[in-house]
Design a protein around this ligand. Sequence first.
Ligand code: FPP
Length: 248
Amino acid sequence: MALFGRSTQQLGQVDFDNLPRHIAIIMDGNGRWAKRRGLPRTAGHAAGAETFRTIATYCKDIGLEYLTVYAFSTENWKRSAEEVSAIMGLLKKYLLEAIGRMERDRVKMEFFGDLSPLSPELQEMCARTREISKHYEGCQVNICLNYGGRDELVRGAMAFARDCVQGRADPDHLTQEQFGNYLFSRGVPDPDLIIRPSGELRLSNFLLWQSAYAEFYFTDVLWPDFSKEELHRAIAAYQGRDRRFGGV
Ligand code: FPP
């Protein structure tokens, strides 16, 4: 298929008619990217946020249904106050921009994580973004903010237990599908492809429940250098995999 005048061949063998429905990305390597350039870590996050914008826009353009990114984990609070504040500032900047472009882009935005420790201003922006875009269809971007896979599972277990105590749920009859509705990702299909740049080969508490049958793509490229071409390589690798979901 020709896309924007280029052939599939030139785009690293991507079959744009058979894209994964859901791609999730661990945006890693911002700090190392900055260090290699003698810049402060915060400059790496600023470059990483730009890459997020480029990749998210491109995903929408090619018709991807769901993109989920790990922006701030439950463990990231251990970083210096300056670095945490820089990341929060970037989130604010890009959310404001997204709100400004919403009518045009019509990208639905969701947030996975407990937003209550964020500043009231940022919480309000997340709520507004969610509210404005909730009826948009086509592409959904999920930003994981103060997110941790174990935290999500414990919160889900607590909510289920509360429902049991109040007689709204039965502890002897819980299906995987029902439990999925207690998670931040309720209503979103599991990721088909999880990408982790920067050479680290681990999940770091990302989408622990949802990644059960995901395909993984690791690359040494640092997140700020992650390009559309690199995304094509990841999708092409995914398309070459044989997904059996436990069958034969
Ligand atoms: C991991 O790299 C990156 C983060 C913890 C922050 C990611 C945040 C952004 C890209 C900016 C804001 C996001 C959006 C959605 C606008 P690292 O710092 O752990 O890198 P290192 O392992 O090289 O130190």
